[in-house]
Design a binder for this molecule. Structure first.
Ligand code: UDP
Length: 330
């Protein structure tokens, strides 16, 4: 019996894979390597293929016995989703439908799902609890919400229990320095800042200085990827022990502005890299901060690496050792 880790070669997926294996769970990764990296999977078996390919999925589920599924495989760029909504619905919702159909056919009844703070849209309050209204402002957030609703109905109809984890800003890198964040193209603030510190980019651009925040830049809730990994392990354990479905926010409950991240990065790296002011990025809410009380109370989650120094120090270590990212580009 194994756990099928869909998207296990990606940033969050690979860190969670490592945490599951550290806890003695046998894993098999399914990934098309469109955004992920073979190197991030290490020695775990990798089934190279696409969730969009139903015949491939049928073959995967027929030739293995899975106790549960972890589902990280999705497109996740807000801006791209606005330009390519059809691709996002197809790749995110369509592929999740295929996965749930295969689980239903083969009697696999537990799934841990990567959701996102993007389901909330422009929140009215901070910190945001799970019962806040969901009103996504882009196709990415819409598809995450649609996948949550699909799992809700699949539980009612077929008994597939699910835990949906709504991440805020995943950040940082593996504590041992083996895994890190490598996107192409890179759009996330922390890797961009560290690439500027390495001299690989001319400057960091701060998107918007006129937000209604103390320093005028956007505030986000950065959560260490190792803390996310612990939450995934706890969620999986709950489902495998027969526990209930649920939806949980995962954040540090602490907001950092873009300018504060830049300042902390300068301290951690010791490099005074250039910073430019730029216009707002369309679709960016001013403030996103999670309430994660529910995950702490119900899952026993205990995030302990999400202070800005640890996030930046672990990410910096990985970026210094991997200035061009992973060696294997596929
Ligand atoms: N950001 C920025 N400059 C950049 C990239 C991002 O000012 O080059 C800001 C962005 O507007 C947001 C925050 O940094 O307020 C975090 O953005 P990121 O893309 O890392 O994550 P998101 O919040 O979009 O999931």
């Amino acid at each position: 019996m194994a756990i099928l880790v869909c998207g296990g070669a990606g940033y969050v997926g690979s860190h969670c894979l490592k945490e599951l294996e550290r806890n003695g769970v046998e894993c098999i990764v399914l990934d098309n390597l469109s955004r992920g990296h073979r190197e991030a999977v290490g020695t775990t078996p990798l089934l190279l293929g696409d969730l969009g390919d139903e015949a491939f999925l049928e073959e995967v589920f027929s030739s293995h016995t899975f106790e549960g599924v972890m589902h990280f495989a999705a497109s996740s760029l807000v801006g791209e989703s606005v330009q390519k909504p059809l691709d996002y619905y197809e790749n995110n919702l369509g592929c999740t439908m295929n996965l749930l159909k295969a689980m239903h056919r083969h009697g696999v009844s537990s799934i841990v799902f990567s959701s996102s703070a993007a389901v909330y849209g422009e929140p009215e309050i901070a910190p945001i609890p799970e019962d806040s209204p969901c009103s996504p402002t882009n196709p990415y957030g819409e598809t995450k919400l649609a996948m949550e609703r699909l799992m809700h109905w699949c539980e009612k109809a077929y008994g597939i229990r699910y835990i949906s984890l709504r991440y805020f800003n995943a950040a940082g890198a593996d504590l041992q320095g083996f895994l890190g964040e490598d996107h192409n193209p890179e759009t996330h603030l922390i890797p961009l800042v560290l690439q500027a510190a390495l001299g690989l980019r001319e400057a960091v651009t701060v998107f918007g200085q006129d937000y209604p925040t103390p320093d005028g830049s956007c505030i986000r809730d950065y959560i260490h990827v190792q803390d996310l990994a612990q939450a995934h392990w706890l969620a999986l354990k709950r489902l495998l022990e027969g526990g209930e479905s649920g939806i949980f926010n995962l954040g540090s409950q602490h907001g950092m502005s873009v300018l504060e991240i830049v300042e902390t990065a300068k301290q951690v790296t010791g490099v005074d890299f250039p910073v430019k002011a730029g216009p707002r990025r369309p679709g960016d809410p001013a403030v996103l901060i999670a309430s994660s009380e529910k995950a702490k109370k119900e899952l026993g989650w205990n995030p302990c690496y999400s202070d800005p120094q640890t996030i930046l120090a672990t990410a910096w270590r990985w970026h210094q050792a991997h200035p061009q990212g992973y060696q294997t580009k596929k």
